[in-house]
Design a protein around this ligand. Structure first.
Ligand code: PHE
Length: 500
């Protein structure tokens, strides 16, 4: 048989990889968390801070994660095993975190699908009604997951890469169209821009710095195995430095544009209705699913169309993110148990769907003001979000930097990363210092202050916060135990194991 010179399993092109990774990075974090955090923390002042965090922590961590995957050409467990046999448990955490995220992200994905469909008939005041209709929430969550599953089943090149190449430009065009429409709405637009963008450095506090760092991690999909896995499907032909720079730039542009669409629209609506913008709900779920539909639908039929564009864009952002985390656990199952891609991804999706049912119901109860189905004072969605975001993701990102900076060592890592026409040159020593000292320290700061804020919110001890922390570390302990008991001395596979 003829030996193929080009590997068949991975991304076909550098741009395909960049778009898929940008697809993972650009998600709900960009579209609703970033604009709100920016407005709250001094506008453009926060933007500068955020960009600094992306440059100083995000870029280096992303390079590490892509590199860890690429050098191993394997799932995260095998990839960390390759660094050192006693480190494979880090890989297992990097697989477990995205699995947990999938279970709640799909519920939110379901909401976005429902609101995209609802744009034409009107979504005003339908958030709590929809959230309370359990079978509908389950149906839309399932629909969203099926869509993502079909893409993952089709493989890296034929599914994820192909769809990212279509969906990412589509997302960008839709977003630009919405921004242009909104900027011409007239009354209130200038106030919205002012609220969003005027730099107010007096609003920058220690908390804003932490918010910016946390946002940079989440938004760049770091600390959750996604970049390791996508990195594993690339080869030496890809310039990691340049790709990382492009992913970070795309991610930041989309976040900034999202704010340009949201705030002028909201302020326009506030001006028309004669209400103070501060009295509108500008945070998280409420901003996206309650305030924005009202805003768009107040504009008339054109507003419904723009609303559809907007939610279609949010669906795309959510789908291209969820496929990256669905891929993480699927890849592990496929390689560890030598099963087919379709079966591996189906198992993951069925698991995620089963868990997402109680998660969706719990969220619905909480949105309807019922404190039933909660864990430590939080609905299941917020619980999973806190466990992953606040506790486990920074740990995972920290360990990826330390593994590259201290175990592999910067010299060896940089030598492996350098290719023809891609030399680090004078940057070498700067990268080494950042990798070994600065970035791990900054991530540790995010983790420690995140935990303090969880256990002592506003300075007062919270038993719930403590329990959430205990649960998260227990999970970490389970991952370590499972690794040493079952995985350390057994074969965990590599990309080459996937049957075409
Ligand atoms: N980067 C994503 C975002 O901004 C975070 C994420 C990625 C969440 C992948 C889930 C899955 O929303």
């Amino acid at each position: 048989m003829l030996k193929k010179t080009k590997k068949t399993g991975g991304f076909a092109s550098g741009i395909g990889f960049v778009l898929a990774a940008a697809g993972s990075a650009i998600g709900l974090g960009n579209l609703w968390a970033f604009p709100y955090k920016t407005a709250e923390n001094g506008g453009a002042a926060f933007l500068f801070l955020y960009i600094a965090c992306v440059l100083f922590i995000g870029v280096v961590t992303m390079i590490c994660e892509i590199f860890i995957g690429r050098r191993a050409q394997a799932n995260p467990v095998s990839a960390y095993k390759k660094i050192n046999k006693n480190l494979g448990w880090i890989g297992l955490i990097a697989v477990a975190v995205p699995l947990l995220i999938t279970c709640y992200y799909s519920v939110l994905g379901g909401y976005t699908v429902k609101f995209a469909f609802g744009s034409f008939v009107g979504n005003t005041n339908s958030l709590t009604a929809f959230a309370g209709k359990e079978w509908q929430v389950i149906l839309f969550t399932g629909l969203f997951l099926v869509f993502a599953l079909i893409i993952v089943m089709a493989g890296i090149k034929g599914g994820i890469e192909k769809m990212s190449k279509v969906l990412m430009p589509a997302l960008f065009l839709l977003l630009v169209a919405v921004v242009i429409f909104v900027l011409f709405l007239g009354e209130g637009v200038a106030d919205g821009l002012r609220y969003y963008l005027i730099p107010d450095f007096s609003k920058i506090t220690w908390d804003s710095v932490l918010a910016a760092m946390g946002q940079a991690f989440y938004s760049l999909s770091l600390g959750m195995g996604a970049m390791i896995v996508y990195g594993s499907y690339t080869g030496k032909e890809i310039n990691v430095l340049k790709s990382t720079a492009m992913i970070c730039v795309f991610d930041t542009i989309v976040a900034v544009l999202a704010g340009l669409a949201i705030f002028p629209a909201v302020f326009h609506f506030a001006a028309l209705e004669g209400v103070a913008p501060e009295n509108l709900k500008l945070n998280g779920l409420m901003l996206m699913f309650e305030t924005l539909p009202k805003v768009f639908e107040s504009i008339g039929y054109a507003g419904n169309i723009v609303e559809f564009f907007f939610f279609a864009m949010v669906v795309i952002a959510a789908v291209t993110s969820v496929i990256s985390i669905l891929e993480v656990s699927s890849q592990f199952l496929i390689q560890k148990f030598k099963i087919r891609r379709k079966l591996g991804s189906l198992i993951v999706a069925v698991f995620a769907f089963s868990v997402s049912i109680p998660v969706g119901i719990s969220l619905g109860n909480s949105l309807n003001g019922e404190a039933t189905m909660q864990l430590f004072g939080l609905d299941y969605l917020s619980f999973l979000d806190t466990v992953t975001n606040t506790v486990l993701m920074p740990i995972c990102a920290f360990l990826s930097c330390v593994s590259v900076g201290w175990i592999i060592g910067p010299k060896k890592a940089i030598a492996e990363l350098e290719t023809e026409g891609n030399k680090f040159g004078a940057l070498k020593s700067t990268v080494a210092v950042m990798l070994r000292f600065i970035v791990p320290t900054l991530i540790a700061v995010v983790e420690i202050f995140g935990l303090i804020d969880l256990i002592f919110p506003s300075g007062v001890f919270s038993a719930n916060g403590l329990w959430i922390t205990v649960c998260s570390f227990a999970l970490l302990g389970v991952a370590v135990a499972v690794y040493f008991l079952f995985l350390k001395n057994s074969e965990t596979g590599s990309n080459a194991d996937e049957k075409e």
